[in-house]
Design a protein around this ligand. Structure first.
Ligand code: ZN
Ligand code: ZN
Ligand code: ZN
Ligand code: ZN
Length: 312
């Protein structure tokens, strides 16, 4: 399937995470400077705000940007002193995405080893086959085993497309060789996996549709941004009343304490690959079942507290 993507009032500039944080540090100044340049070029768009994610920055404007606006913004970003221009891609408007899957590929690289096919192996395979020549991937390919006992994989790929889904149509039902085997591209539904929110770290909704006010910490589930855990997390604060007394975590040092996963309550970060929620990230039914159980448990424990206090 093909989706429309973000509104065209978004300008996407993929860049390294170092560049992203350097640019975001001065976001207000950067917005003011870009808007000044747009105005002096007699453009009628203005930047409203800038947001960042792990792929780079998105500049949100009041109107749809034209080619001239894009080149002004591009020029500004690449010439910013705090930015390494080698690690910035060209600005672009959001595109549509098409979702495809590839079947017929082995899950293990060699018949006698347990080494699994990785996303980068898939990227290499795609580069070697001409049918993918003009295709660009919108995210890393996802590889899963067809079933627990199978030795075959299903690979999900998201590609950049036009709204008519033309790029996907050129690929659907095409075959190509992977070693001795023949793989086939098929149409797929969007998001085979369960999304994890990067704001509250719960599974089942995306970061942009998160309903909570503020943010949750990936380490301790406290009401603060993960990067401020040392300053705001309870475990990193000095406590003389406990035995042995706890010292404050020094500035610049990582938190040495055990983490607490907000999903399974295990001793790991909420996005850890040892978390059962992560391991079942392609199994929507499992997630729904677990969250229901968790809700019921909470409800039960509230009930038992109420019952317990009324008996006393
Ligand atoms: Zn959320
Ligand atoms: Zn924290
Ligand atoms: Zn700590
Ligand atoms: Zn967990």
């Amino acid at each position: 399937m093909t989706t429309k993507g973000l509104s065209h009032k978004h300008i996407i500039i993929p860049m390294s995470s170092k560049n992203t944080s350097a640019f975001m540090k001065n976001s207000l100044l950067n917005i003011a400077n870009i808007n000044r340049e747009l105005r002096s070029a007699k453009s009628d768009i203005l930047v409203d705000y800038i947001r960042s994610d792990n792929c780079g920055i998105t500049i949100v404007t009041n109107k749809v940007a034209q080619q001239l606006d894009l080149s002004i913004i591009d020029h500004y970003v690449k010439n910013d002193n705090s930015i390494n221009a080698m690690q910035v891609e060209d600005s672009r408007l959001p595109k549509s995405k098409s979702y495809l899957k590839i079947t017929g590929i082995l899950f293990y690289l060699h018949s006698n080893s347990q080494e699994r096919l990785s996303s980068s192996d898939v990227e290499t395979i795609l580069k070697q086959n001409y049918i993918f020549n003009n295709i660009s991937l919108a995210s890393k390919p996802r590889v899963i085993k067809i079933s627990p006992k199978s030795d075959m994989a299903i690979v999900w790929i998201d590609i950049w497309d036009v709204q008519s889904g033309q790029n996907a149509k050129l690929l659907i039902n095409r075959c190509f060789n992977v070693g001795n085997y023949i793989a086939m591209v098929r149409r797929a539904n969007m998001n085979p996996g369960v999304p994890q929110c990067k704001n509250c770290w719960k599974w089942g909704h995306s970061t942009f549709s998160c309903q909570i006010q503020g943010a949750k910490c990936i380490k301790c589930n406290g009401p603060h941004k993960s990067e401020h855990h040392r300053e705001f997390g309870w475990c990193c604060k000095a406590n003389a009343k406990i035995n042995p007394p706890r010292l404050e975590t020094k500035k610049g040092k990582p938190c040495p304490h055990l983490f607490k996963c907000s999903n399974c309550r295990g001793d790991h970060q909420a996005d850890s690959n040892v978390c059962p929620f992560w391991r079942h990230r392609f199994n929507r039914e499992w997630h729904v079942k677990k969250y229901t159980e968790i809700c019921q448990n909470k409800w039960k424990s509230i009930r038992s507290e109420v019952n317990g206090s009324s008996k006393q």
